[in-house]
Design a protein around this ligand. Structure first.
Ligand code: PFF
Length: 452
């Protein structure tokens, strides 16, 4: 594998939209609202913001930097950037391999529900503002084992075919066309939701914090969301960083992606919570929240069917960019380390995800009683990846950069070998990565898992 023949993003804008395409996804439109709703609203949002700024952004910068320095997949990166005696750090890459498969297993199922809802919206099957009816429609879909598998496999087939096309022709080309559309559509949805009678209660829920609701478990969930949102702690940004252009300003790009991603989450929240309160839905409904409230937002409105269809289409679009980046982690590892060729590596990855995804897809039917720590397979995969593997991977990346890689090399890499004048910024990032981030992740992890 030579550096020069390696695929990569072709323009600075391509880097930005592809990275944003990885960050923006079901995490914004499905996970962020349901977790915010289930964890008490604005207090959760506040903790999530702090976690994003103090931990998420620095880890994102550090991870991307290592990937670009090594120009290799998440595992091989550490064989290139770690001292010869310390190649054990590549465990980070293998943990990422596992985390990517676990996330894809449930993520592809949620994406499948979204695809199904596009067709339901067109057919007028979900036109209701009644929480009972909306709940029954969603429950009917997830309880049907064949439908669940069908939609999941359809999603895997579509994303699998794009990933085979490669980094520039597949990932970048798709993100470039779809990301701008997504922003426009979300703005339309927010305008509609804010004009509902009673919208103010939804905004108050989202923006006036009640600090009493912040428990250790809430802290861990918010931290996990910060990792999940920015696609960090699992080698995804290592992999994408390896496709970055040499002159890309990494801290600036990461900050832009973080801000744009945050805006999408907030817009999704503004589209959903006013409707929750206007129609009497339960904010703590969990994973079904989006699938019940969004139809309600549009049902009573002229052109509602069209807008509902657009919304689910948009969500499907957002899920594609994120899934491509999740797939890229194992695909890059398999193709580069085992010289499999991109097509074969993609095929093996899709098959692995389909197998692992089966118990997740059947979590409301055949595998509903298969419980570990009280969680069904869908919930377990989510918990293990977001709340355990990603934060752990984050700690390891921080320890590696902060204590092994060191400040001089970090400054060279983030300063593009002297081309950027950003040494004060680099020092701040390095301080966060060396001390603040690993300590806070460790504290939240131990506390949230009730280990102390
Ligand atoms: N950031 C994506 C989202 O919020 O939907 C999910 C994700 C993508 C997580 C890539 C992790 C990852 F490596």
């Amino acid at each position: 594998m030579t550096t020069s023949s390696r695929d990569g993003f072709s323009t600075a804008f391509g880097v930005l939209v592809a990275t944003l395409g990885s960050a923006v996804g079901l995490g914004n439109i499905w996970k962020f609202p349901s977790l915010t709703g289930a964890n008490g609203g604005a207090g959760f949002l506040l903790v999530y913001l702090i976690a994003t700024l103090l931990v998420g952004l620095p880890v994102m910068i550090a991870e991307t930097m290592l990937g670009r320095a090594a120009r290799a997949n998440a595992v091989s990166t550490f064989e290139r950037v770690a001292p010869a005696a310390q190649h054990g750090w590549k465990i980070i890459g293998w943990m990422g391999f596992l985390a990517a498969l676990l996330i894809l297993a449930f993520y592809s199922e949620v994406a499948g529900w979204v695809y199904a809802y596009i067709f339901k919206a067109i057919a007028g099957d979900i036109a209701t503002t009644d929480p009972q009816v909306a709940g029954a429609i969603f429950a009917g879909l997830v309880a049907d084992p064949l439908a669940s598998l069908f939609w999941q496999w359809l999603v895997l087939g579509i994303t699998g075919s794009i990933i085979m096309l490669g980094v520039a022709k597949g990932i970048e080309a798709v993100a470039r066309r779809l990301m701008p559309l997504l922003f426009i559509l979300l703005l339309i949805l927010c305008a509609r939701s804010l004009s509902l009678p009673g919208a103010a209660a939804g905004l108050a829920f989202l923006f006036s914090p009640d600090l009493a609701k912040i428990t250790p478990a809430v802290l861990l969930t918010a931290l996990g969301l910060a990792f999940f949102k920015l696609s960090i702690g699992m080698g995804c940004m290592l992999t994408y960083g390896s496709y970055f252009r040499a002159d890309q300003n990494i801290p600036l790009t990461a900050t832009r992606v973080m801000l744009a991603d945050l805006s999408v989450s907030l817009l999704a929240g503004i589209a959903i919570f006013p409707a929750v309160f206007a129609f009497g839905f339960e904010p703590a409904a969990g994973p079904s929240l989006v699938f019940m409230t969004i139809p309600a937002v549009f049902t009573a409105m002229p052109g509602g069917t069209l807008f509902m269809t657009i919304f689910f289409l948009l969500t499907a679009i957002a899920s594609v960019g994120a899934m491509l980046s999740l797939l890229e982690v194992p695909v890059a590892i398999l193709s580069e380390r085992y010289r499999l060729g991109r097509r074969r590596a993609s095929l093996y990855t899709i098959v692995l995800v389909a197998v692992l995804g089966m118990p997740a897809a059947l979590s409301s039917s055949l595998t509903a009683d298969l419980r570990l720590f009280g969680l069904n397979p869908f919930e377990l995969f989510d918990f293990l990846s977001s709340n355990l593997l990603l934060p752990l991977g984050g700690i390891l990346i921080c320890l590696f950069v902060g204590w092994v890689y060191g400040l001089p090399e970090t400054a060279r890499q983030l300063g593009n070998h002297g081309a950027l004048r950003n040494s004060w910024l680099v020092r701040a990032v390095f301080f966060l990565v060396r001390f603040v981030a690993p300590l806070s992740i460790a504290a939240v992890l131990l506390h949230g898992l009730k280990l102390f």
